[in-house]
Design a protein around this ligand. Structure first.
Ligand SMILES: [Fe+2]
Length: 208
Protein backbone atom coordinates (compact mmCIF):
# COMPACT_ATOMS: atom_id res chain seq x y z
CA UNK A 1 0.00 0.00 0.00
CA UNK A 2 1.37 3.41 -0.93
CA UNK A 3 1.74 5.58 2.12
CA UNK A 4 0.03 8.88 1.36
CA UNK A 5 -1.06 11.89 3.36
CA UNK A 6 -4.62 10.50 3.19
CA UNK A 7 -3.98 7.02 4.56
CA UNK A 8 -0.84 7.11 6.72
CA UNK A 9 -2.84 6.82 9.94
CA UNK A 10 -4.05 3.36 8.85
CA UNK A 11 -0.60 2.12 7.78
CA UNK A 12 0.81 -1.00 9.42
CA UNK A 13 4.12 -2.85 9.15
CA UNK A 14 6.16 -2.61 6.96
CA UNK A 15 6.11 1.17 7.13
CA UNK A 16 7.30 3.17 4.13
CA UNK A 17 8.08 6.83 3.81
CA UNK A 18 5.27 9.24 3.17
CA UNK A 19 4.52 10.21 -0.43
CA UNK A 20 4.18 13.96 -0.10
CA UNK A 21 1.89 15.98 -2.31
CA UNK A 22 4.55 18.67 -2.72
CA UNK A 23 8.21 18.67 -3.75
CA UNK A 24 10.88 19.10 -1.11
CA UNK A 25 11.83 22.46 -2.65
CA UNK A 26 8.24 23.73 -2.75
CA UNK A 27 8.25 25.25 0.74
CA UNK A 28 10.93 27.80 -0.15
CA UNK A 29 11.59 30.39 1.11
CA UNK A 30 9.84 29.42 4.35
CA UNK A 31 11.58 26.09 4.80
CA UNK A 32 14.66 25.67 2.63
CA UNK A 33 15.23 22.68 0.36
CA UNK A 34 18.29 21.37 2.21
CA UNK A 35 16.43 21.29 5.52
CA UNK A 36 13.53 19.45 3.91
CA UNK A 37 15.85 16.83 2.37
CA UNK A 38 17.68 16.30 5.66
CA UNK A 39 14.40 16.13 7.53
CA UNK A 40 12.82 13.66 5.14
CA UNK A 41 15.96 11.47 5.41
CA UNK A 42 15.74 11.64 9.16
CA UNK A 43 12.18 10.40 8.96
CA UNK A 44 13.41 7.52 6.78
CA UNK A 45 15.79 6.54 9.60
CA UNK A 46 12.93 6.45 12.10
CA UNK A 47 10.95 4.26 9.70
CA UNK A 48 13.88 1.88 9.21
CA UNK A 49 14.41 1.59 12.96
CA UNK A 50 10.71 1.02 13.60
CA UNK A 51 10.52 -1.70 10.95
CA UNK A 52 13.57 -3.38 12.48
CA UNK A 53 11.88 -3.53 15.87
CA UNK A 54 8.63 -4.91 14.45
CA UNK A 55 10.23 -7.38 12.02
CA UNK A 56 10.58 -10.00 14.75
CA UNK A 57 7.37 -9.07 16.59
CA UNK A 58 4.41 -10.75 14.91
CA UNK A 59 2.11 -9.42 17.65
CA UNK A 60 2.87 -5.84 16.55
CA UNK A 61 2.68 -6.29 12.80
CA UNK A 62 -1.01 -5.49 12.35
CA UNK A 63 -0.95 -2.39 14.51
CA UNK A 64 -1.15 1.15 13.17
CA UNK A 65 1.03 3.85 14.70
CA UNK A 66 -1.44 4.87 17.41
CA UNK A 67 -1.93 1.21 18.43
CA UNK A 68 1.86 0.79 18.56
CA UNK A 69 2.23 3.93 20.65
CA UNK A 70 -0.45 2.86 23.11
CA UNK A 71 1.20 -0.55 23.33
CA UNK A 72 4.60 1.07 23.93
CA UNK A 73 3.23 3.31 26.70
CA UNK A 74 1.36 0.46 28.41
CA UNK A 75 4.38 -1.84 28.24
CA UNK A 76 7.03 0.80 28.93
CA UNK A 77 8.79 -0.08 25.70
CA UNK A 78 10.97 3.01 25.37
CA UNK A 79 12.63 2.16 22.06
CA UNK A 80 9.34 1.32 20.35
CA UNK A 81 7.85 4.53 21.76
CA UNK A 82 10.73 6.64 20.41
CA UNK A 83 10.73 5.14 16.92
CA UNK A 84 6.94 4.94 16.46
CA UNK A 85 6.64 8.45 17.91
CA UNK A 86 9.29 9.76 15.53
CA UNK A 87 7.37 8.30 12.61
CA UNK A 88 3.93 9.45 13.81
CA UNK A 89 5.02 13.00 14.64
CA UNK A 90 6.82 13.50 11.32
CA UNK A 91 4.00 11.98 9.26
CA UNK A 92 1.60 14.34 11.00
CA UNK A 93 3.83 17.40 10.56
CA UNK A 94 4.74 16.77 6.90
CA UNK A 95 1.21 15.88 5.84
CA UNK A 96 -0.21 19.23 6.98
CA UNK A 97 2.24 21.40 5.03
CA UNK A 98 1.63 22.80 1.57
CA UNK A 99 3.60 24.79 -0.99
CA UNK A 100 3.96 28.49 -0.43
CA UNK A 101 1.44 30.53 -2.40
CA UNK A 102 2.16 33.99 -1.07
CA UNK A 103 -1.15 34.00 0.78
CA UNK A 104 -0.89 33.12 4.42
CA UNK A 105 -4.40 31.89 5.08
CA UNK A 106 -6.07 30.22 2.15
CA UNK A 107 -8.74 27.54 2.22
CA UNK A 108 -9.82 28.02 5.80
CA UNK A 109 -13.53 27.57 6.46
CA UNK A 110 -15.71 30.07 8.38
CA UNK A 111 -16.52 27.28 10.86
CA UNK A 112 -12.83 26.82 11.60
CA UNK A 113 -12.36 30.55 12.07
CA UNK A 114 -15.32 30.63 14.48
CA UNK A 115 -13.76 27.85 16.56
CA UNK A 116 -10.44 29.71 16.73
CA UNK A 117 -12.25 32.90 17.75
CA UNK A 118 -14.25 31.04 20.42
CA UNK A 119 -11.17 29.36 21.89
CA UNK A 120 -8.49 32.04 21.52
CA UNK A 121 -10.23 35.29 20.65
CA UNK A 122 -9.05 35.30 17.03
CA UNK A 123 -6.29 34.25 14.64
CA UNK A 124 -3.79 36.81 15.88
CA UNK A 125 -4.15 35.68 19.48
CA UNK A 126 -4.03 32.04 18.48
CA UNK A 127 -0.79 32.49 16.54
CA UNK A 128 0.78 34.56 19.30
CA UNK A 129 -0.11 31.95 21.89
CA UNK A 130 1.16 29.11 19.70
CA UNK A 131 4.44 31.00 19.15
CA UNK A 132 4.77 31.80 22.85
CA UNK A 133 4.31 28.16 23.85
CA UNK A 134 6.80 27.08 21.16
CA UNK A 135 9.41 29.65 22.23
CA UNK A 136 9.08 28.85 25.92
CA UNK A 137 9.52 25.14 25.33
CA UNK A 138 12.99 24.00 26.40
CA UNK A 139 14.69 21.24 24.42
CA UNK A 140 13.41 19.05 21.60
CA UNK A 141 9.78 18.36 20.86
CA UNK A 142 6.62 19.54 19.16
CA UNK A 143 3.94 22.17 19.63
CA UNK A 144 0.37 21.02 18.98
CA UNK A 145 -3.10 22.38 18.72
CA UNK A 146 -5.28 19.58 20.06
CA UNK A 147 -8.90 18.97 20.90
CA UNK A 148 -9.18 17.31 24.29
CA UNK A 149 -11.85 14.85 25.44
CA UNK A 150 -14.02 17.78 26.60
CA UNK A 151 -13.93 19.13 23.03
CA UNK A 152 -11.79 22.08 24.09
CA UNK A 153 -8.99 23.43 21.91
CA UNK A 154 -5.63 23.58 23.69
CA UNK A 155 -2.06 24.37 22.70
CA UNK A 156 0.33 21.84 24.22
CA UNK A 157 3.86 20.55 23.72
CA UNK A 158 5.30 17.05 23.68
CA UNK A 159 8.89 16.24 24.56
CA UNK A 160 11.29 14.32 22.32
CA UNK A 161 9.14 11.83 20.36
CA UNK A 162 6.18 11.69 22.70
CA UNK A 163 2.80 11.85 20.99
CA UNK A 164 -0.40 13.49 22.26
CA UNK A 165 -2.41 10.32 22.89
CA UNK A 166 -6.03 10.33 24.04
CA UNK A 167 -6.97 13.54 22.22
CA UNK A 168 -7.43 14.74 18.65
CA UNK A 169 -4.38 16.51 17.24
CA UNK A 170 -5.20 19.33 14.81
CA UNK A 171 -1.87 21.02 14.06
CA UNK A 172 1.76 20.10 14.72
CA UNK A 173 4.97 22.11 14.56
CA UNK A 174 8.28 20.29 14.81
CA UNK A 175 10.48 22.40 17.10
CA UNK A 176 13.49 20.11 17.19
CA UNK A 177 16.51 22.14 16.03
CA UNK A 178 16.94 19.84 13.01
CA UNK A 179 13.65 21.29 11.69
CA UNK A 180 15.06 24.82 11.30
CA UNK A 181 18.69 25.23 12.37
CA UNK A 182 20.29 25.06 8.88
CA UNK A 183 18.19 28.01 7.75
CA UNK A 184 17.12 29.92 10.82
CA UNK A 185 20.07 29.06 13.09
CA UNK A 186 19.02 29.58 16.70
CA UNK A 187 16.13 31.90 15.78
CA UNK A 188 13.20 29.63 16.47
CA UNK A 189 10.87 32.64 16.28
CA UNK A 190 11.59 33.31 12.57
CA UNK A 191 10.90 29.65 11.84
CA UNK A 192 7.55 29.89 13.64
CA UNK A 193 6.66 33.03 11.67
CA UNK A 194 7.55 31.22 8.43
CA UNK A 195 5.48 28.16 9.38
CA UNK A 196 2.15 29.99 9.07
CA UNK A 197 2.81 30.51 5.35
CA UNK A 198 2.96 26.80 4.59
CA UNK A 199 0.24 25.26 6.75
CA UNK A 200 -2.35 23.36 4.72
CA UNK A 201 -5.37 25.28 6.01
CA UNK A 202 -7.82 23.07 4.11
CA UNK A 203 -6.57 20.09 6.07
CA UNK A 204 -6.47 22.13 9.26
CA UNK A 205 -10.14 23.10 8.78
CA UNK A 206 -11.16 19.47 8.17
CA UNK A 207 -9.43 18.31 11.34
CA UNK A 208 -10.89 21.14 13.37
FE1 LIG B 1 11.79 16.49 12.92
Amino acid sequence: MENTIQNWEQMTYPFTNLTLNYNLNALEPYIDTRTMHEHYDLLADYIKNLNQIIATRIDLQNMNLIDLLNYAVNNQDIDLHRQAGGVYNHFFFFSELRPATGQIIIGITPQATNKIIAAFGGWKNFKEKFAEVSLNFFGSGYTWLIKNNKNELKIITTTNQEVPLGCTPILCLDIWEHAYYLQHLKKRHTYIDAFWNIVDWVKFSEKL
